[in-house]
Design a protein around this ligand. Structure first.
Ligand code: DGJ
Length: 369
């Protein structure tokens, strides 16, 4: 090899890669605008869906964007997969809050199903709804089906017979029963808010969806005022809840769930609740998706690991035996300039580790996916 050829190939090697936190230009040279998102693989093509963020507001002014790639490194803009509506009063009216979209493919119906967190326009974060939309092609266009609260009138399977008289009394003891007192936390754990929302349905904010090996899909979301995660089974067509659901880590204040399965163990990486500011990631494991879930220390290692490297989890992408941790570095003052952290997950004694690296070659993971 000549000196020039060697230099070129070493430059290519050095440049090949994912640089967490940097500007990531798409095929047009524009920073990718797909935040709080996830990636769906269809054959040899990957589709990345995420929130389009405007320059000055975090509200949804455009919708859910889609990019595609064959190597996970070079991304082509495919347009707006789910558009916000210009119709006044629409659930997804322009100016609503539409966060953390994820798409799964349903083999039975041949449809692509998008789930997201929806807050109705002008209501801040009060609505706490899920939204669901479907499409015939991965890139869309997606048709909005419905938004709502989860499983109204149904108890979680791991809170089957709560003492509703005691919970009602506790709810009525406002303001004596103060937030964050040990007594209040005890009632939260016992399901005070599950009961409060029993008739209208459970709150659904930060969310993801997951398809298990047996084809069953699950909606995983922050519920109960972001204090408790819930995992709800989806119907065979993935567009609704079956009514079977569990509570996970009651009172633990987990957001940003990202789930994956390795050698029969389910792993979930989450964050704490600090708005757009980063905090220390948490990790959970279980041998059944319905739990029990056991909490472990953060999987993050390296500079700023205790702040998840400045980011917040959004998704874990499986590539054969390999997994990629995906997170967002939010920029609330300039939302469209939010950045991405993608890092390989390694395993130490069977436990996931997310180690910071400035630059890495994601294409090497495609060889044995
Ligand atoms: C943290 C959540 O993870 C984000 O998706 C977003 O809802 C912000 N909170 C809003 O403060």
């Amino acid at each position: 090899m000549t000196f020039i050829a060697a230099l070129l190939s070493s430059t290519q090697f050095a440049m090949a890669g994912i640089r967490p936190g940097a500007v990531w230009p798409d095929n047009r040279g524009i920073h990718i605008n797909a935040h709080g998102g996830g990636v769906l693989r269809c054959g040899d093509t990957f589709y990345w869906f995420g929130e389009h963020k405007a320059d000055t507001t975090s509200s949804a002014m455009v919708g859910v964007t889609c990019y595609s790639s064959k190597d996970l490194e070079h991304w082509t803009y495919r347009g707006v997969a789910l558009k916000v509506s210009y119709a006044k009063g629409s659930d997804i009216e322009r100016g609503c809050i539409l966060e953390r979209p994820k798409v799964i493919y349903n083999k039975k119906t041949g449809k692509y199903v998008m789930w997201f967190h929806l807050e109705l326009k002008g209501q801040g974060y009060a609505a706490a709804r899920y939204g669901v939309a479907v499409a015939d092609k991965p890139e869309g266009p997606y048709t909005f089906l419905r938004s709502g609260r989860v499983n109204p009138g149904i108890w979680p399977v791991n809170l089957a017979n709560p003492d509703t008289t005691a919970l009602t009394e506790a709810m009525n003891r406002k303001p004596e029963l103060q937030w964050w007192t040990p007594e209040w936390m005890e009632y939260i754990k016992q399901g005070m808010l599950t009961w409060r929302d029993y008739d209208g349905g459970q709150m659904a904010r930060d969310q993801t969806v997951y398809v298990d090996d047996d084809g069953k899909a699950y909606h995983i979301y922050s519920s109960e005022e972001n204090l408790t995660l819930q995992i709800a089974e989806l119907t065979d067509d993935y567009t609704a809840h079956t009514g079977r659901y569990v509570r996970v880590a009651p009172g633990g204040q987990n957001e940003a769930p990202a789930i994956f399965k390795h050698n029969g163990t389910y792993w979930m990486i989450t964050s704490g609740c600090t708005g757009w500011a980063p905090n220390k990631a948490r990790m959970f494991k279980a041998s059944s998706i319905f739990g029990p879930w056991e909490q472990l220390p953060t999987p993050c290692v390296g500079p700023d690991a205790d702040k998840t490297f400045g980011g917040q989890s959004t998704y874990v992408l499986q590539l054969g035996d390999n997994f990629v941790f995906m997170a967002d570095i939010w920029r609330p003052e300039h939302p469209s300039d939010a950045r991405y952290i993608w890092l390989p997950i390694t395993f130490a004694d069977g436990v996931p580790v997310v180690k910071w690296t400035d630059e890495w070659d994601i294409t090497s993971l495609l060889k044995n996916r």
